[in-house]
Design a protein around this ligand. Structure first.
Ligand code: URA
Length: 202
């Protein structure tokens, strides 16, 4: 049972996005083109969390619209029969780290109150952490993505299932993409079991 009714949730997310659009809490604000707050359905029981915007996202202001995003879109369609607007997608940091480096601990610390508020408002039944940076923040700093992927962890943010980041799938090829397909189906089965998959619809 979600604590915030949908219209309140939408209003609160819009207010948070306005606040984030002017954020100067860390150095990434100096080099960004656009803040990439997140997008999708605020009533989704499924939230995907990536690492941070790349070049295409920085220019468009939308998460996962570059090559990684195309792979994510394809897996959502082929394995779950849904499109990205039926779920919510956000990132650990909302501004692009220069050269696509990993975000620094101070940047993660400065930015993640936005993600924590997004999670609180959306109150998803399952958070899928895309890649090690997201999984380590959401679950535990010592987590190894190769052994944690496809498993469920109770964290202070809720239930989290790590999977490989789509950019890793693009770099590694078939075996990593096959693992991603399996994990995304595991996520769907979890939501079906919880009775919250019809909230997404397929
Ligand atoms: N990689 C991410 O982690 N997030 C994006 O939004 C795009 C690429």
């Amino acid at each position: 049972m979600r604590s915030h009714p949908l219209p309140d949730r939408i209003r609160a997310l819009e207010a948070l996005e306005r606040e984030a659009s002017g954020c100067v809490a860390c150095e990434l604000s100096k080099t960004r083109s656009k803040v990439v707050f997140g997008s999708g359905s605020p009533s989704s029981p499924l939230l995907f969390v990536g690492e941070g915007p790349g070049e295409s996202e920085d220019l468009s202001g939308l998460p996962f619209v570059g090559r990684s995003g195309k792979l994510l879109d394809r897996l959502l369609g082929e394995e779950l029969g849904i499109s990205r607007d039926q779920i919510y997608i956000a990132n650990i940091v909302k501004c692009r780290p220069p050269g696509n480096r990993n975000p620094l601990p101070a940047e993660v610390q400065a930015c993640t109150p936005y993600l924590a508020s997004q999670i609180e408002l959306i109150a998803p039944d399952l958070i899928v952490a895309l890649g090690a940076v997201a999984a380590r923040f959401l679950v535990a700093p010592s987590l190894a993505i190769s052994t944690a992927r496809g498993r469920f962890f109770n964290s202070r943010f809720g239930v989290v299932m790590p999977m490989f980041h789509p950019s890793y799938g693009l770099r590694q090829g078939a075996s990593a993409v096959t693992a991603m397909r399996a994990d995304i189906v595991t996520a769907k089965l979890y939501l079906i079991e919880k009775g919250s998959w019809p909230a997404i619809g397929s």
